[in-house]
Design a protein around this ligand. Structure first.
Ligand SMILES: O=C(O)c1cccc(C(=O)CC[C@H]2O[C@@H](n3cnc4c(=O)[nH]cnc43)[C@H](O)[C@@H]2O)c1
Length: 247
């Protein structure tokens, strides 16, 4: 199977690649540049090939980058994975921990009304949630020690206690927020592909405090997560392809 992993920035892609590179002395091919300037780097593990893309920050950039890579793929992908750092809803997802999405939620796509926020699906336009394959998400969370919970996609980083409380009230089970997952998922769905999202928590969702961000710790956790995730995804891909072959 081939999997496309979509990160926002190079530091996240470097962490993912570090986790997917069993022999640091022979790391594999150098990055290529896709039309649009997207960097994409290939890593081969037993049973699975990964292309790790730097797609940009925010849901629109992530959707554009993912769609570009999927449309230009020489060989078809079987899975798309959104990956990177994110804000954690504490205490469930502390800084340095991992969250695997059991739902990828467009948390600020919709309309504010006098009665509160109405999501885009309730307005009658498209989708507000993408669901990763349940068994895959559960296995990924178990293997990596991640919290299995909804991951919210927002266009604006939550920076106030009121904002965090409003989001938590609308999504009481949420584990993390980030800015790309829903865009990645929309592009994957347009190509009929399953999607997974994993976030390493760099900061707590809440009042803005840049001094408290632990991006290094989160990037280390992301690399460790992908070290474990590689074989899990390979195993899932093999069983998935066998299952498709039997039909
Ligand atoms: O607070 C700021 O001044 C600020 C300025 C520019 C960018 C940021 C970011 O938070 C980068 C967002 C980047 O990292 C992911 N991320 C990490 N933590 C969070 C979060 O708490 N909420 C949303 N996104 C987060 C996100 O996926 C982006 O790729 C801050």
């Amino acid at each position: 199977m081939r999997a496309l992993v979509v990160t926002a920035v190079g530091a996240e892609s470097d962490s993912v690649l570090a986790g997917l590179t069993p022999h640091p002395d022979s790391p594999g091919p150098e990055p290529r540049t896709l039309p649009g300037g997207y960097l994409i780097t290939r890593r081969d593990l037993p049973g699975i090939a990964f292309d790790v893309l730097v797609g940009g920050v925010g849901p629109a950039a992530a959707a554009a980058g993912t769609a570009t890579a999927l449309a230009l793929a020489e060989n078809p992908y079987g899975l798309v994975v959104g990956a990177g750092i994110g804000g954690g809803f504490v205490p469930a997802a502390p800084v340095g921990s991992l969250v695997v999405a059991d739902a990828i939620v467009a948390a600020d796509l919709g309309a504010q009304t006098p009665d509160g926020f109405v999501d885009v699906a309730s307005l009658g336009f498209g989708r507000s949630v993408h669901l990763p394959p349940a068994e895959l998400a559960a296995r990924a969370a178990e293997a990596t020690g991640a919290l299995l919970a909804p991951v919210l996609t927002v266009s604006t980083v939550t920076g106030t206690a009121d904002g965090a409380a409003a989001l938590a009230a609308r999504h009481p089970m949420a584990g993390a927020e980030a800015m790309e997952g829903f865009g990645v998922a929309e592009a994957a769905a347009a190509h009929g592909l399953p999607v997974l999202e994993i976030r390493a928590v760099s900061n707590a969702v809440g009042p803005r405090d840049r001094a408290a961000w632990r991006i290094g710790d989160a990037l280390t956790a992301l690399a460790e997560g992908f070290r474990v995730l590689g074989p899990v995804l390979a195993n899932w891909g093999e069983r998935h392809e066998q299952h498709r072959g039997q039909r």
